[in-house]
Design a protein around this ligand. Sequence first.
Ligand code: MRU
Length: 345
Amino acid sequence: MKVDGKDYRTVWMEGSSVFLIEQNLLPFDFRIYEAKNYLETCRAIKTMKVRGAGAVGEAAGFAMAQAFLEALENTFGEYIEKAKKDIEATRPTAQNLFYTVSRVFAAAKKSTEPGKTAVVEAQKIADEDVEACKRIGEYGNELIRDGFNIETHCNAGWLAFVDYGTALSPIYLAHRSGKKVFVYVDETRPRNQGAKLTAWELKNEGVPYVILPDNAGAYLMFQGKIDIMIVGADRIARNGDVANKIGTFEKAIVAKEFGVPFYVAAPSSTFDLNCNSGRDIPIEERDEDEVLYQTGLTGEGNLEKILVCSPGSKAINPVFDITPAKYISGIITEKGIIEPWAIKV
Ligand code: MRU
């Protein structure tokens, strides 16, 4: 995708460093962060400098490659085993993280040039993701009619998946093919990935949009303002249950109530056939400060974190929820649109 006319991927590797768009600063500041070793990349994933299932997966794959490059001959085995554990401990829900780490690890371990092989494999996965997201866009575009109003939750755009994105990919293709589309962007508390990141992406692409408070979705659907809802996924279980950003489940229930088609967009690398149902998917809990404080731009143009809740309050912060398959109209994959109860990868 282009930022100020220049092509970017969300995360990439050059030499032994991983470079990523610093998402915590967006939309106020556009900066590239360089992680010089696998531990720095782990920290970037944990602190959400890079976030979104696919981008987290890519960063994790590159981190695994960094570890293979860093490992010294006499402690090689221990070093890469520890690195794998460290990387997998950064964020527990996004299936793409486990998918890329295990692929890079397996390819490099059996190679005579492990460092080189690890980098090649991680890069190959990133390229496959780009192609898969493009195809998701093509299949999803078939669901979008001229004049459609589309609601989306969180950020499932190119910031969340190296390029194109998942839920936003069909929207970009529809817009580029000349269809008139309008996007309702859920703000997505507590971290506001919708209000900050999706809004920034759509503005860059020239797609008309408006941000809505998270609790306004039912009212809009009641008014008949939403034609289709498309969201991404962090992990999809064998029975079609979907883990995605907290609040997705509520949207799906409301969509069903008002007969609004509810689609999930995700490549096959997000499916976890080892999870029989959504109940088997680990759900990440993050620090309560993400709920209690908000970060934004002051009138003087400084980025500031301020308390927005009653001082001394405690908060809970489960960051994903599970949408049962029965609420999902279809899953848009790179292989076509499938019914959630007909999964075989
Ligand atoms: O906590 P985040 O910002 O990493 O969560 C991101 C989401 O939940 C996205 O909707 C999801 O990754 C799907 S897009 C790849």
